[in-house]
Ligand binder design. Structure first.
Ligand SMILES: [Zn+2]
Length: 470
């Protein structure tokens, strides 16, 4: 899944990148406790298992590693189930609560990682390396360090005698980055959950210069992913005899109408809160636009300012862009077919069908066929602004990251949360990782997380999990 909220990218672009060497040297080397070292070791062991979809997928081995860590921490083997699905697997660990009849707290994450080509990396992606205050490797950010932190925190809580009131279920999927088959199975199996804490989404941002925590954003909603295909067909003919209608020209006109179509800017409780809070941390012209938009989503000047910022335009409404185009079959023939893919990120509260109709009306040409070709996505509304969750997260963040502003936001990407939200289970994204925007290479090259995030991240879980299991 994507990780940071929009503001991180914004601040990075405002502050400019710091050269890697300098950034690495500026990173203070933290001293780790015994428990911190255990979490780091678990993270390194999991990174060395190449849990990439396809031949040689070692996700089942990652599940086995986590199972052994939980058993070594004192949990009964019978509480941990691993199920194979194709070349991958999912893991469900249930820590039984003291009181019967309470809805379980589900902690959601994933064990698979995005593919990484070693030839493109400076260091081997599947050989974990600790260097200059960072843990390097595929999954260091997305999301094997988070898994290691939550498992270590659960073990620590258990060791210190904590017993939850309600069941705590750790649900780790095995193909979140690809087909999401295990994601769907887990949401189906755990549809009776009271709440989902998704530790793959949201999280903290470190100051680019000082490396100190700047703010922490949790996510209560995500946009819906959609792909629509536009197809124009024509009998075609000899290119020496042009006709009034040309399939590629018709498609081109349709694409321009999609480009110029303006979806209505909108706000929900989460994005309003995000803009109000982010305004305090943003440079003047943007801060003013954020405040104005939060007060009135019809403010044209504010809309223009926010739309001009790529990391924020997705926060103010649905967006659709053309991502691929194909057409024609010969250099000397009138095209018989032209097609394009329109990728949309739909603001919560609208269906894919609504957006298809809106696009179709904007194009206004019945000869352009538009179909919904979306795979692996469902429409979801924002989870409610639950006072139990918001006070628990503020409390836990305050204990682990004192004086750091905490506020909710909305994710532009998709995660396992959508499968739970689809079933009416509220899901909140709140990753333990604090990272600089310029250090966030999840899905990309040379992925790394600062070691400084380990100790506070573990403390955060040790506060948050009991607060949510009351
Ligand atoms: Zn992820």
């Amino acid at each position: 899944m994507i990780r940071r909220a929009a503001l991180a990218f914004l601040l990075a672009s405002v502050m400019g990148g710091i050269p890697f060497r300098e950034a690495a040297r500026a990173q203070p080397l933290p001293s780790l406790t015994q428990e911190g070292l255990e979490a780091l070791t678990l993270a390194k062991e999991s990174i060395s298992l190449r849990s990439v979809a396809g031949p040689g997928n070692r996700t089942p081995d990652v599940a086995g590693l986590y199972r052994r860590a939980l058993i070594a921490g004192g949990f009964p083997p019978g509480a941990i189930a691993i199920a194979r699905v194709g070349d991958t697997a999912y893991l469900v660990f249930r820590w039984a609560g003291q009181t019967h009849g309470l809805k379980p707290l589900v902690i959601s994450g994933h064990m698979d990682v995005v593919a990484a080509n070693p030839a493109d990396w400076t260091r081997d992606p599947f050989t974990p390396i600790v260097e200059e205050g960072y843990l390097y490797g595929r999954g260091a950010t997305d999301m094997k360090l988070s898994n290691a932190l939550v498992i270590t925190a659960l073990v620590n809580l258990h060791r210190h005698g904590y017993r939850p009131r309600r069941d705590i279920v750790l649900a780790l999927s095995g193909d979140e980055e690809t087909a999401m088959v295990t994601s769907r199975i887990l949401a189906e199996k755990l549809h009776d959950a009271g709440m989902v804490l998704n530790i793959d989404v949201g999280g903290g941002t470190l100051d680019e210069k000082t490396g100190q925590p700047l703010y922490f954003v949790w996510s209560g909603a995500e946009k819906t992913y959609a792909d629509y295909r536009l197809v124009v067909t024509d009998p075609g003919g000899h290119s020496s005899e042009p006709r009034a209608r040309n399939a590629i020209d018709v498609l081109a006109r349709a694409l321009i109408r999609v480009e110029t179509h303006e979806f209505t800017p909108e706000l929900n409780a989460l994005t309003r809160s995000y803009f109000v809070n982010a305004a305090r941390l943003s440079p003047a012209p943007l801060a003013a636009a954020m405040r104005a938009f939060a007060a009135s989503p019809g403010d044209r000047k504010a809309i223009a300012t926010l739309r001009a910022e790529p990391s924020l335009t997705g926060m103010i409404g649905t967006t659709c862009v053309v991502t691929t185009v194909r057409g024609g079959h010969a250099l000397n023939a009138l095209p018989q077919r032209a097609e394009a893919n329109i990728n949309c990120r739909i603001f919560p509260g609208h269906s894919r069908r609504d957006i298809l109709h809106e696009l179709s009306a904007a194009i206004g040409d019945g000869s352009v066929k538009i179909t919904d070709e979306t795979a692996n996505s469902v429409e979801t509304d924002a989870s409610p602004l639950d006072p139990v969750f918001s006070s628990a997260i503020s409390e836990a963040a305050d204990a682990a990251f004192p004086d750091v502003p905490v506020f909710p936001g909305m994710s532009a990407g998709a995660s396992d949360s959508m499968w739970f939200r689809q079933r009416g289970v509220p899901s909140y994204g709140a990753s333990p990782i604090f990272i600089k925007a310029s250090d966030n290479f999840s899905h990309g090259l040379n992925e790394r997380s600062p070691l400084s995030t380990i100790t506070p991240g573990m403390h955060y879980f040790e506060s948050l999990i009991p607060a949510l299991s009351r």
